[in-house]
Design a protein around this ligand. Sequence first.
Ligand code: VNL
Length: 391
Amino acid sequence: MHKRTLLRATACAALLAGGGGLAFAQGAPFKIGLILPMTGQQATTGRQVEAAARLWIAQNGDTVAGRKVELIVKDDTSLPDMTRRLAQELLVNDKVDVLAGMGITPSALAVAPLATQARTPLVVMAAATSSITQASPFIVRSSFTLPQVSVALADWAPKNGIKTVVSLVSDYGPGIDAEKYFKERFVLNGGKLPESLRVPLRNPDFAPFLQKVRDLKPDALFVFVPSGAGAAVMKQFAERGMDKAGIRLIATGDVTDDDQLGEMGDVALGVVTSHHYSAAHPSAANRKFVEAFQKANNGLRPNFMAVGGYDGMRLIYEAVKKTGGKGKGEALVNAMKGQMFESPRGPVLIDAQTRDVVQNVYLRKVEKKDGQLWNVEFDVIKDVKDPGKSK
Ligand code: VNL
């Protein structure tokens, strides 16, 4: 009896060893290391991107081209040293096939050299400084860039009675991009921008900056702050009586973020922004996305970060499919280049040269519908490439 069990066990082991190659081809998991700020100042971004990635898997299955998808989520608390360390662990210990996530620009830039060294794709789903995709040939971006969305607003403003603007941005990559590209275009269009203010990324206090803007009395204040900080800006804008002083607020859509818009109150009404995604985007694909996302997340409204995560997962799935489940590294990156599809945001293309996202940019105005605030699109600039890449 004992002998037979042993024999059976040996046969079994031999079978397993012999079938190893086959098991690998068909069954080895495809590992995605998703690094996000799940706690700390940028936690809403982590929550949105993770929820969207999980929704993608729930809707499209956890197996692609014969590979079982394993999503490994790590919290970097939005500290770039931590992002780098987690990326290193995911590459060395977990041997992930793809790195993804990246809540803020410094995180993406910290991981870029590792992606290059390990020849592993890095799908940037949130961070949005133009130069990120140039930091590694293994980076593909599914989010957006600040130059891409800022220029549209600088074209709109002077045609709508706004001749002088003061800008106020978070003092790091995306803020500096927003400031530069907004100003360049606005001045080219005959506008005046006498003052550019920068506020720290960590624990910002907007009050002294807003006081300064009140004294300068421009027609409008142009703002970029990262997702999660918009409600504080809006609140202080109202408290300082800026709107009553006749100063309009215009911004990138990061400020009237769908994640927070519901809590901003009527001070947000009428604020015009430019961005690549609104939860109110009137397409069947978006309605389906918003409904499914809310259903899976206790009514939470998806924002532009969620769409970056959702579309980033699509890029990965399609790349695995295109390479027959066998693609690694460069082959996966190549399979992401040139992908074209209808996103909840509208049509999207991954530019094969830059590995950056080409997409529509919408002008939107905050309006109340059925008692809720929404970014309602009223104009569109189609197929916008990142203007940062031609410099
Ligand atoms: C970045 C850009 C982050 C836009 C954001 O929110 C954002 C970035 C966290 O590149 O750091 O809305």
